[in-house]
Design a protein around this ligand. Structure first.
Ligand SMILES: Nc1ncnc2c1ncn2[C@@H]1O[C@H](COP(=O)(O)OP(=O)(O)OP(=O)(O)O)[C@@H](O)[C@H]1O
Ligand SMILES: [Mg+2]
Length: 216
């Protein structure tokens, strides 16, 4: 039995982490086993690569190097965690996956999309997710939410901004457009949800779509 693999994508502050928890709760209530994971990271080796990718100055890596680091991390995550979990019947819900590289290093970073796809799909044999939830939010609202969250966690001593959050407004606008562009190319795989709605309203739409596809 192979359980579904679902990815969540979108710019910062769109609500990925929030909605993944709610979808997992919904699935568990329906009696399903669920594994929540994230990229870059998700396995010990990939988490080490995550540190290289998220810490430091915004221009620490050029787009190609960043793509290779992400892809190495993703391949490890895929073969050691995602595939074995799905094979044993556990749903896997990942916070970011292949489309993040297609956007950040590809459409926005400047590596031709055809090369990003060739590396990920032809060379590394990374499977496409069964469903990709794109949480679409204006850049202003996304940044506002991220700022608020930083204030909330300041007291527990977590780091403030990662490399991507330090990039400018124009960068984030391009990220938003690129995700929408990818979703339009594969309307079957993507569901685009307006993330400016309440947490509950967004969750209801995601769960309804999952239920429509897999009749839980
Ligand atoms: N629908 C919503 N309405 C208002 N606030 C929200 C909503 N969804 C999430 N938030 C809040 O916005 C902040 C960012 O949400 P969350 O961490 O889930 O986003 P994210 O997409 O995972 O962000 P990142 O890409 O930075 O990890 C959190 O403080 C969260 O509580
Ligand atoms: Mg998050």
């Amino acid at each position: 039995m192979k359980a579904p693999f679902i990815s969540f994508e979108g710019g910062e502050g769109g609500g990925k982490s929030t909605q993944i928890q709610l979808l997992a709760k919904y699935l568990r209530e329906k009696g399903q086993d669920v594994c929540i994971t994230r990229e870059p990271g998700g396995t010990p080796g990939a988490e080490e690569l995550r540190n290289l990718l998220l810490n430091g100055s915004p221009d620490r890596w050029d787009a190609w190097t960043e793509l290779m680091l992400n892809s190495a991390s993703r391949r490890d995550h895929m073969i050691r965690k995602v595939v074995p979990m799905c094979k044993k019947g556990t749903w896997v819900v990942s916070d970011r996956y292949v489309d993040s590289s297609r956007v950040y290093q590809g459409l926005v970073g400047g590596v031709p999309l055809v090369d990003v796809d060739h590396l990920q799909f032809s060379m590394l044999k990374l499977p496409k997710p069964d469903l990709t939830v794109l949480l679409d939010l204006s850049v202003e609202q996304g940044m506002e939410r991220v700022k608020k969250r930083h204030i909330q966690v300041e007291n527990v001593g977590q780091k403030k901004e990662d490399r991507y959050e330090k990039k400018g407004l124009y960068f984030h606008e391009r990220v938003r457009d690129a995700f929408l562009q990818l979703s339009a190319l594969e309307p079957e795989r993507f569901i685009v949800v307006r993330a400016d709605q309440s947490v509950e309203d967004v969750a209801v739409q995601i769960c309804a779509e999952v239920n429509r596809r897999w009749s839980l």
